[in-house]
Design a protein around this ligand. Structure first.
Ligand code: SAM
Length: 203
């Protein structure tokens, strides 16, 4: 999937509304301290973080798509927000983040990442002691969610129990997950149902 191409038209009402619900679920699931730093992995146009920037001292926004990062940069400039810092990079094959965070969160990204164990271990390394990891992604799906993208070679959602075991094996404690969002979308004329879960763990 080419996210550079979709960046300009990413901010639909449906995605904006869904991002608000996702941001609320993330912030209600953890205790955010006054001086906490956060990192959003795969921020896209920043839809989730625009609902969270006033809860953190700073948010580092990471995305490997230059198109997405260009859009989020222009939105940050326009809104004159001074605590969100976007970077175009792929932390799955670069080691260029020399900073640690109190919270790492991610929405609808992990199903695009091939090696889930490796990225979860990377998040563990990048967290401060007692830091939180919050991941929002698709519950198991039969492939219909991405049916119109023949070049999609990611995961057709995740089994929450298997995902919990990956976090536990990486060293996370207090691992919990729950489904919190149910929706439908039209894919090639067919109505499909999907749901999203949040999984969290603590370093
Ligand atoms: C489905 S979009 C979700 C965007 C945003 N989180 C949202 O909820 O609107 C997935 C995003 O993950 C980014 N992404 C995919 N693989 C990545 C990687 N290895 N490193 C950083 N970003 C990645 C894509 O560029 C894209 O912006």
């Amino acid at each position: 999937m080419n996210f550079d191409d979709s960046a300009k038209n990413w901010d639909t009402d449906k995605r904006i509304n869904r991002a608000k619900i996702i941001a609320n679920e993330i912030s209600n699931s953890i205790n955010i301290g006054n001086n906490y730093s956060a990192m959003e992995f795969g921020c896209g146009t920043g839809l989730v973080s625009f609902n969270l920037y006033n809860k953190f001292k700073s948010i580092t926004l990471i995305d490997s798509s230059k198109g997405m990062i260009d859009i989020v940069k222009s939105k940050i400039d326009k809104s004159k927000i001074d605590n969100m810092f976007p970077y175009c990079l792929d932390i799955t094959d670069e080691d260029s983040l020399n900073k640690k965070f109190d919270v790492i969160y991610s929405s609808m990204v992990l199903h695009h990442i091939h090696d889930i164990e490796a990225i979860i271990s990377k998040f563990y390394e990048l967290l401060n002691e007692d830091g939180y990891l919050c991941i929002v992604d698709l519950d198991e799906d039969d492939g219909k969610f991405h049916k119109k993208y023949p070049d999609f070679h990611g995961h057709n959602g995740f089994n929450q129990d298997e995902f919990k075991n990956i976090l536990i094996s990486a060293g996370f404690k207090d691992v919990q997950s729950n489904t919190f969002f149910y929706d439908e979308k039209i894919v090639e004329g067919e109505k499909i149902n999907y749901s999203l879960f949040l999984i969290k763990g603590r370093k």
